[in-house]
Design a protein around this ligand. Structure first.
Ligand code: C5P
Length: 218
């Protein structure tokens, strides 16, 4: 049976991860946070005292990646996000984890009948054949506020100007890189979450995805 693929892309702190988890739970699909792969590669380079912009170090980390070596806390720091976007700008790093993502989408674990993947290039590069594509955005101000709340909630010391600068630098790097830049797929449904709470985003998206799934099944 062909897996039903839902691609959810968007900028940092746009709410795409929260949405992707809810969509996966609702439809009982497998979920892959592709950003966590880039974060793990970035953190593993940092742990060795290396430089995430160094191609050979980043590719070596990508090829030997063992995601079990990282807790969610290791991966969700702002430093991990910055390192992730540095390794993610290296084409050979992206190539090293492309097939893993495609296999997950097309043959989801635990025999699930579908998969939700979130990231920057899922609808454009990893799974251009996805049944439903969503591109999530929000204003910089709103995203800075959300990220500060998330970091404070984890007890991290937060400097607002630093969070804003990191997000801006990450957006710029993610959208301007030569390979798989962050951009909506032509057939993506776009949602701006600036003025919406997570339940509202989920309710609207659920209707869109259910409709796409029904059409894909015909
Ligand atoms: O989504 P998240 O903020 O966890 O992603 C961390 C970084 O990983 C992003 O800023 C981006 O540079 C990179 N990324 C990517 N392609 C993806 C997912 C994440 O380039 N599909």
């Amino acid at each position: 049976m062909t897996s039903v693929i839902v691609a959810i892309d968007g900028s940092a702190a746009s709410g795409k991860g929260t949405l992707a988890k809810k969509i996966a739970a609702h439809f009982d699909f497998a979920y892959l946070d592709s950003g966590s792969l880039y974060r793990a590669i970035g953190v593993s380079v940092l742990r060795k005292g290396g430089d995430p912009t160094n191609e050979s170090q980043a590719v070596a980390a990508a090829k030997t990646l063992d995601i079990a070596q990282f807790t969610p806390e290791d991966l969700r720091t702002e430093a991990a996000g910055v390192a992730a976007s540095q390794v993610a700008a290296i084409p050979s790093v992206r190539a090293a984890i492309l097939q893993f993502q495609r296999d997950f989408a097309h043959t989801p674990p635990q025999g699930k009948r579908g998969a939700v993947l979130d990231g920057r290039d899922i609808g454009t590069v990893v799974c251009p054949d996805a049944a439903a594509k969503i591109f999530v955005s929000a204003s910089l101000e709103v995203r800075v506020g959300r990220r500060i709340k998330e970091l404070r909630g984890k007890g991290e010391a937060v400097i607002e100007a630093r969070v804003r600068a990191d997000l801006e630098a990450r957006d710029a790097r993610d959208s301007s890189r030569a390979v798989a830049p962050m951009k909506p797929a032509e057939d993506a449904w776009q949602i701006d979450t600036s003025a919406l709470d997570p339940d509202q985003v989920f309710d609207l998206s659920k209707i869109f995805v259910a409709d796409k799934i029904a059409k894909a099944a015909v």
